[in-house]
Write a protein that binds this ligand. Structure first.
Ligand code: NAD
Length: 444
């Protein structure tokens, strides 16, 4: 059985390491974050992800972590690299951290006599593997890729909040390979790692690099299409975007997933992968307006909610409660989330804004404007609010009726952006509004 090393123990690296251990592999984690290394060595999860803590605790004997590259590389057969590739101004990704890691790994491989497979999981721009990463590995190791060492590009298609489940049962595995032997080794690894038998798509580096950002860019197109449909339905009496997406999503050419009208997409992958797709198209001289259009629709979605509230409340200035700072339910990540953006826009317009999220309060701290109130609980946030906006479809928000005190005005406005509540029930207590339907009363 192979031993696996994982460099970068963040939102993707830690779950990958834990799943490896749960599937019987010995794993060694490497990170520059000492706390993450310490936590893993104590059998604790460095990041918050459903199922991760349990998996690490249960498979603790097969997991260890270190700050020392030599220890990890010498004592493993395959190294997965999952460090950040931050976006640059042009929308492309920077390889600076990946190249730093490659250099460290290469230095160790220079003195290792056994074949070693290096797998880049971090999302990189197309041509990065051939133009930068493989040359740097060959330079720092003094070895020939495809002969003494192997390299694969192997992006994961996971969603935060379900990373463990997505890793174990992927729809497919994508492998860009330096040579057949390396691809065979990685495919063999996945046959053992996955609990389903996913199709494995093998190709050269550049096609795998394009496939990774193309897939996410395609999903953003679908989301922006559903959101456009949602806006159209709001203009048509009796319009209901859920009825329409529910129907057309049954056609296998369309598919129902990621086809729900609501708020803009966010998080650490969709927005930036879509921009990277645009940026790469531009780099190769191709006019690719679809990705740009998805981005524009997405920007507009948060803005229009804030604008509409601004308009209907033009003279009044009630407290506004924003429920949901996570970019989606099931995660503590608030990066590019609709809730954060709407809260900031309303605060800039002079409203007193209180925010609440069951998980993402800590991560949203640095993202929201300083005068926004961080509530102590959902009840604390909604008490006294004239307007309540549900921006993330958390299950917890279905208990909103409990304990919400009136602001003194009439009924508070409740904007259920994802339509998670029963309108009949909530109309008694609130001026209940949704996005995506033509039955809006106060929210036009
Ligand atoms: N999170 C996702 O949903 C997701 C999905 C698909 C792809 N990716 C890609 O995976 C990569 C990592 O994303 P993430 O979300 O896990 O990032 P993250 O920020 O959560 O984790 C990255 C980890 O790498 C560590 N690190 C940084 N430099 C290092 C170094 N030189 N040596 C060792 N460790 C180092 C950091 O301390 C951190 O723990 C990115 O390229 C991202 O685009 C992420």
């Amino acid at each position: 059985m192979q031993t696996i090393s994982v460099v970068g123990l963040g939102k993707l690296g830690s779950p990958l390491l834990a799943v490896c251990a749960s599937r019987g592999f010995g794993v060694i984690g490497v990170d520059t974050n000492e706390n993450f290394v310490r936590l893993l060595n104590r059998g604790k999860a460095p990041v918050d992800e459903p199922g991760l803590s349990k998996l690490i605790a249960k498979n603790r004997r097969r997991i260890r972590a270190t700050l020392d590259y030599s220890d990890a590389i010498y004592n493993s057969d395959i190294t997965f690299i999952i460090v950040p590739t931050p976006s640059t101004k042009s929308g492309a990704f920077s390889n600076k951290y990946v190249l730093g890691v490659i250099q460290n790994v290469g230095k160790v491989l220079a003195t290792k006599n056994k074949f070693h497979l290096v797998v880049v999981v971090s999302t990189v721009m197309p041509t990065s593997m051939d133009a930068e990463i493989v040359p740097e590995l060959e330079r720092s190791s003094g070895k020939k890729v495809g002969l003494d060492i192997g390299v694969c590009y192997n992006p994961e298609f996971i969603a935060l909040g379900s990373v463990v489940a997505n890793l174990i049962r992927p729809d497919f595995v994508l492998i860009g390979e330096s040579d057949k032997r390396s691809g065979d080794i990685l495919k063999g690894f996945y046959l053992r790692f996955c609990m389903n038998k996913p199709p494995v798509s093998r190709m050269n580096f550049v096609n795998a690099e394009i496939a990774k950002i193309a897939l996410n860019s395609y999903i953003t197109t679908k989301i922006s299409f559903a959101n456009t449909l949602s806006v159209i339905c709001e203009k048509v009496p009796g319009g209901d975007c859920d009825l329409i997406t529910g129907a057309i999503g049954q056609d296998v050419r369309v598919g129902g997933r990621y086809l729900k009208g609501g708020l803009p997409y966010g998080g650490p992958c969709f927005p930036r992968d879509n921009r990277a797709f645009s940026s790469f198209a531009k780099k190769v001289g191709v006019w690719a307006p679809i990705a740009k259009a998805s981005d524009l629709v997405n920007e507009d979605m948060a803005f229009r909610v804030a604008e509409k509230l601004n308009k209907i409340l033009s003279t009044k200035r009630p407290k506004i409660a924003i429920l949901g700072l996570a970019y989606k339910a099931g995660t503590d990540v608030a990066e590019e989330s609709a809730g954060v953006r709407i809260a900031n826009m309303l605060s800039q317009s002079g409203f007193r804004v209180s925010v609440w999220d069951p998980k993402a309060m800590a991560k949203a701290k640095d993202l929201v404007l300083p005068n926004i109130i961080f509530a102590k609980s959902m009840k604390d946030s909604v008490d006294g609010a004239g307007v309540i906006v549900i921006t993330t479809p958390w299950e917890d928000f279905k208990k909103i009726g409990v304990g919400a005190k009136n602001s003194g005005a009439k009924k508070p406005v409740l904007v259920d952006c994802w339509r998670i509540l029963d309108p009949l029930k909530y109309s008694k207590r609130f001026l209940y509004e949704t996005l995506g339907t033509g039955s809006l009363r106060n929210f036009r």
